[in-house]
Write a protein that binds this ligand. Structure first.
Ligand code: GLP
Length: 239
């Protein structure tokens, strides 16, 4: 799964050395990043002129905190490849003014203007980035209060559940949906039901990933466990 997903990203970089990559965190894309590191170290692809925009960041965690998404990206990708760190972008989780933090990141996204591919993971409740289930698809970068389910799911990375930040800044749907291609990576039996709902259920902000049904170029890289419900209910959809 990770190798195939990495190949989708590597193809963008190989065909355009100034590609813009939209990147995601979470445990699922780690293997994808390991493959990119390997191919970069082997000299097969170069990130020297590549730009990146990340989906989201926890509020209140400094970049040096080992659970901040800035730290995650350095640890899993940036510090192992030939990318210029000035070309890498995340929301500023340390900005205590949510309005300003969101406006600033929207400005960054606006200036960069595109993603050639946007990598997405899938939250247990169907969230993408940190866009939690709610009543609308918020277009711009927004300040989200994390749901109990997301806090509990992410508690595995922190010492206690109380250490998980209560809110985050996330890219909104305007910037996600403008990506030329979306690469959705999903792993494990725990995601089987929500993946089926997202791809075949009603399009609703209560299942944020369902908006991807409106995008013309979505590649889904999922393992057998995550695909189980789709295989059962929609066998005709499997390539
Ligand atoms: C976090 C991130 C999401 C990610 C999700 C799933 O909440 N904000 O971008 O998709 O976790 O993570 P995992 O891949 O570990 O299941």
């Amino acid at each position: 799964m990770s190798r195939k997903a990495a190949a989708v990203v590597a193809a963008k970089v190989a065909s355009d050395n100034c590609a813009v990559l939209g990147l995601a965190t979470g445990s699922t894309p780690i293997g994808l990043y390991q493959n990119l590191v390997k191919w970069n170290n082997e000299g097969l692809i170069s990130f020297k002129k590549v730009q990146t925009v990340n989906l989201d960041e926890y509020c209140g965690l400094p970049r040096e905190h080992d659970q901040s998404y800035a730290y995650f990206m350095n640890d899993n990708l940036f510090s192992h490849i030939d990318i210029d760190l000035n070309n890498t972008h995340l929301p500023d989780g340390t900005n205590p003014d949510p309005k300003k933090a969101c406006e600033d990141y929207d400005e960054v996204l606006e200036k960069i203007g595109r993603q050639d591919v946007q990598v997405l993971g899938l939250g247990n409740n169907g969230h993408i980035g940190f866009n939690e289930p709610c009543d609308e698809f918020k277009p711009n970068v927004n300040h989200v209060m994390l749901t109990k389910s997301t806090i509990e799911a992410n508690a595995r990375f922190f010492e206690t559940v109380d250490d998980v930040p209560k809110s985050a800044y996330t890219m909104g749907f305007k910037a996600i949906m403008r990506a030329k291609q979306i690469l959705l990576v999903v792993s494990g039996a725990g995601k089987a039901e929500i993946l089926e709902k997202a791809l075949f259920g009603p399009i609703t902000p209560q299942v944020p990933a369902s908006i991807l049904q409106l995008h013309g170029d979505v590649v889904v890289c999922a393992d057998d466990e995550a695909m189980a419900k789709i295989k059962e209910l929609h066998p005709e959809a499997i390539l």
